[in-house]
Design a protein around this ligand. Structure first.
Ligand code: MN3
Length: 235
């Protein structure tokens, strides 16, 4: 039994779903092409931008197989069920569904968006510091990159229970925010640049209860500043 057969047998991924990998592309393109292609289901699981083992040891292969193959996939399966049941409009874009729904439809649609954004917020050999205009804006709005790191760490570690830490643009200024459960910057007219998933399922397989260690490693070795800069350039 190869890894994929094992995952299907164990229920980690639905039969017919692979771990699709695409080169890093514009996030809007990723959402548009992988979420709304011709398919029996209106929404499909967006591709991982790297191999499922590519972030090991900072996030293990097992961690990503569970998080991407099981959790992220479940939100897609659930949203498609809501479309089948007439509770969500499958002809709308994911972002339109997020902005016009609440309750379980909102939660599942927003979690699809959040997770797709999260996978793109990391890369193999990530970390370090941003360059160019984003680096200048971080110094302008936080004082220094070290101050930004402090704020981002405090928000991500301090989010009580499940949620997300974010670097966003809000009214032309960079800001660190945190949201609970499926909540996201899109709802507050903020533009997301980077996110760190701090739901326990995001880090328990690698770090157990050590959320501060996970957030430290996220910034040191995983965060994709090229993605953040590309998002910033479009604001
Ligand atoms: Mn998650």
């Amino acid at each position: 039994m190869d890894r994929r057969e094992f995952l299907v047998a164990s229920g980690a991924v639905a039969a017919g779903l692979a771990f699709p990998v695409t080169p890093t592309a514009d996030f809007k393109d990723v959402l548009a092409t992988s979420l709304h292609k011709e398919s029996a289901m209106p929404f499909t699981l967006p591709a991982l931008p790297y191999d499922v083992a590519a972030l090991d040891p900072f996030l293990t292969r097992e961690n990503l197989e569970l998080h991407y193959g099981k959790h992220h996939n479940a939100y897609v399966v659930n949203l498609n069920k809501f479309v089948d049941d007439g509770k969500a409009d499958g002809t709308k874009s994911l972002e339109d569904i997020i902005l016009s729904s609440e309750g379980p439809v909102f939660n599942n649609a927003a979690q699809i968006w959040n997770h797709t954004f999260y996978w793109n917020s990391m890369k193999p050999k990530g970390g370090g510091e941003p360059a160019g205009k984003l680096a200048e804006a971080i110094v302008r709005d936080f004082g220094s990159f070290a101050k930004f790191k402090e704020e981002f760490t405090a928000a991500s570690v301090g989010q009580f229970g499940s949620g997300w830490g974010w670097l966003v643009v809000d009214g032309g200024k960079l800001k660190v925010t945190k949201t609970g459960n499926a909540d996201l910057p899109l709802k507050y007219k903020q533009t997301a640049l980077i996110t760190c998933d701090v739901w326990e399922h995001a880090y328990y397989p690698t770090y157990k209860n050590l959320r501060p260690k996970y957030v430290e490693v996220f910034l040191a070795s995983l965060v994709n500043w090229d993605f953040a800069a590309a998002n910033f350039a479009r604001v």
